[in-house]
Structures are given as C-alpha cells and as structure tokens.
Design a protein around this ligand. Structure first.
Ligand SMILES: [Zn+2]
Length: 442
C-alpha cells in the first residue's frame, strides 16, 4: 500500500531544503528580522530590555533570547503600531475580529502578498490541488484572511476559482453543481452544513462533483475528517494559519497525512508551555509560537498563537523537510477548566463522533450553581436515530456519557435534542456557553 492518500506533488523546491541548511537560513533571516524591527517602538523597547542585538543571533535556538508578542500587545498598539515599513508601502490590510469589538489589523506589502499566495499554493498542491481543478471558496471575502488568502493561492496554482464567499448554502449547492466545482474550501463545520442542506433538498451529498477539500480556520479532528469524507465522498486536507502570522499558509497537510508541514523557511516555530513559556519536551503538546522571518509590513517576533498542538520534525515520506504540527487540540482561551480538569471542545466532539446516531452538532453549557462546576452537553440526534421511545434514547445518552468520560475524564449531563434544533454556523461554529463567565466566577 502506498504511503500516500493521493499523488504526492511538491509546489516549491524550498519545501525540501535539508534541515541543516534550513537552520542556517533561519538564523540568517532571524538576524535580518531583528535588525528590521529595531525601529518598531514595541520591539525597540523589548529588545533593549532583553539586551539583544542582531549580531547576537547565531542559530535558530537564539530565538529564546527574544521577547514574546501577544495579541494584547497588538491591541495596545492599535491600529498600526507594529507597522515596520512606511505606510506608502502597504498594499493591503486585513484584520481579525476581536471580542472587544475592534479588529486587530495586519498589513501586507506587495512582496508579502506574493509570498502569501506562494505559501497557500504550497499547502493546496500538497493537499491535492492541480491546475485542472475548479475550486469553490466558501470563506468570507473581507477583512478575514481566509477568502482572499486561498483565492490567490488557487490562482497561483493555475486552477479556476468560484469565489462563492460565505453563506447562502442553497446557492453554494447550485454553483457547485452548475460549474462542476470539484474542490471545496471552507471551514469543516460548514462542509457538514452543506451536506445537510443537500440532503434536505433531496440531493445525495455523495453525488456532488466534489473530489477534494481544504479545510481550516477552526479546530477539528481526525474523526470529523472521516465523517466529512464519508458524507461528501471527497479527500479532505487540513491547513492552518492565523491572520497575525500571515493568514492561511502557515502549514498544511501532505499526501502522507501525518501532520501539517510548517513553512519553516518563513516561520520559525516553537512549542511552549502556556504558563511557564518554556519549551515543552519533544513531541509534547504546548502553545504554538511563530516568528515571521521574512514578512515586511508587519513582522512579529515569537507571536503567541494560543493554539495547542505538538511539533514533529522527523522525516516525512513526501520529501518535505518542514516540521509537522499536529491537529490543533484547542485554544488556550477555549480551554475550559472544569472541576480542575482541562477540557477542550474538540475532545467533546471527538467523543460524539464515536457514537453512531449523533450528528456533529453540539453545544457545551458550563455553569457553577453551587460549589461545583456542571457541564451540560446538548447533542443533536440524527433524524434516522431519533425515536419517541424513552428506552432507545436512554441507551444513546448512556453511550455518549461514557465516551465523554473516556475522552475528557469528566462527567457531563447529556441532553439529546431533536434534529435541526441547534443553530447552524456559516463560519466558525459557536460551541460553548460558559455561564460562569457571565456570573464573574472565572
Ligand atoms: Zn509530508
């Protein structure tokens, strides 16, 4: 049996740079980066405090002498305090939505945009994209980096784009069928939404023209991939990025499907303990931290992503040498601490996907009515499994209860709800309502 789920093809020779040469390249680019950010007020101050000069950087490990950058630092220097080039050199702005109402802006020079398209082309080709494909992009086009990032990546590869943008699922189905789109780009939860709306319209989702999909922008799991691939009869690849670092294109899966290769020639990756900020042991899970080695308009040093994953730099059969990151287990700020146990929404999802008869639509409600935390997981039952018989529903509920306990180590109250009763998302799905936060208890 081949080591690959589909044909292995490499877009950019730089993806196969031997690791010793890659380390030297990273060190040189890191030195140049430290020199370039010297006039950005935040870094000028932080580097002076750390007593680091560009000449002090000898190898990639010297990154540990440099200061971290957090989302809060970007907020405090709103809107453009991290800009490292004259305003006239900025070719485009994007932004990520913030919980406080104002987005965090990121800026790109023309060279940054060219690099971004190339990095997206890398993971798209790694995930099976070929020039003869037609790609439907169901990501939002706007400040969000997903739509435009993938759009120019697909064009770079030479495939054709259907810029459908987010939402209006019946229209997505119409476009997909009439233009014979064989590749889908969106969030994994939206792909399941598309399959469901197709079934409601009497269309078997497996008969849609889709052959490949490239999913990102929210954490998902290997079990969810199996489900999407079965429901839509396609090959789904995982990719990763965040607007502060560049957008999509930081890493993506190859045909060996054993992690997402990071473009380490442009992003120096670290994995640290979220509390101590010390590196975790090799292969252990921790918070991912990226340094943008080559970005011009808004380079960042040691940016804390708040995403939890692990890194693996062992050789991959595809020939790419970039370290692979695992599936993102969750975000440090999505992490729920329930009765002292760390629980990620993705773990609840993993548990649900093991139980036949439940749809992957769920909502986690956390509360602390007395001294103890209580968790209620609302789970939609699939139409074919929904029954008026109490006993059948009880069996299903017990199974879910056991799986959640096995995966997370906590007991949850499981509430089965009718098919279609939970709210659907067109972008990132809302999975958690934490009443403890509203009550000021956490
Ligand atoms: Zn590989």
């Amino acid at each position: 049996m081949s080591a690959f789920a589909f044909e292995n093809r490499i877009w950019d020779e730089a993806e196969t740079t031997p690791r010793d040469r890659l380390g030297k390249l990273q060190a040189r680019r890191l030195r140049e980066l430290v020199a370039r950010v010297a006039e950005v007020p935040f870094y000028k101050e932080a580097l002076a405090r750390a007593k680091v000069k560009p000449g002090d950087i000898k190898g990639p490990d010297d990154i540990r002498r440099l200061p971290f950058t957090a989302k809060e630092d970007l907020r405090q220097h709103y809107p453009l305090g991290f800009l490292a080039v004259p305003r006239s050199q900025v070719a485009r702005f994007h932004g990520s939505s913030g919980t406080t109402g104002k987005p965090t802006f990121v800026a790109y020079t023309a060279d940054d945009l060219e690099l971004w398209a190339n990095l997206c082309a890398r993971f798209l080709v790694a995930g099976g994209l070929r020039p003869e494909h037609t790609v439907q992009i169901a990501f939002g086009y706007g400040l969000f980096t997903g739509g435009f990032g993938l759009h120019y990546g697909v064009e770079k590869v030479g495939a054709s784009v259907v810029p459908a943008a987010a939402g209006n699922t019946p229209r997505q189905l119409m476009l997909m069928q009439d233009l014979q789109a064989d590749v889908l780009v969106c969030t994994p939860s939206y792909a399941l939404n598309i399959a469901e709306v197709a079934r409601q319209q009497g269309i078997d989702p497996r008969t849609l023209p889709l052959k490949f999909a490239h999913f990102g922008a929210e954490p998902w799991t290997e079990d969810m991939r199996k489900q999407i691939e079965a429901e839509l009869d396609l090959i789904a690849s995982n990719n990763y990025g965040l607007s502060e670092v560049i957008g999509p294109g930081v890493s993506g899966e190859c045909a060996a499907r054993n992690g997402m290769h990071i473009s380490e020639d442009h992003f120096l990756a670290e994995c640290v303990h979220p509390d101590t900020l010390e590196p975790v042991a090799r292969g252990e899970q921790g918070e991912l931290v990226f340094t943008t080695l080559t970005k011009q308009a808004m380079p960042l040093i040691r940016y804390r992503t708040r995403d939890i994953a692990s890194l693996d730099s062992s050789p991959c059969p595809c020939g790419r040498t970039g370290a692979r990151m695992s599936w993102v287990l969750g975000r440090t700020d999505d992490m729920l601490i329930i009765r002292g146990v760390n629980v990620f929404p993705s773990q609840i999802e993993e548990a649900l996907l093991r139980v036949e008869g439940t749809a992957p639509h769920y909502l986690i409600e956390v509360d602390r009515p007395g001294a103890m935390d209580e968790v209620t997981v609302h789970v939609e039952v699939r139409p074919e499994s929904f029954s008026d018989k109490m006993s059948q529903m009880q069996v299903l509920r017990d199974r879910i209860d056991r799986e959640i306990q096995a995966v997370t180590g906590i007991r949850a109250n499981v509430q089965l709800v009718e098919p279609q009763s939970l709210e659907r998302s067109v972008g990132k799905a809302k999975r958690v309502v934490d009443h403890r936060r509203e009550k000021g208890l956490i």
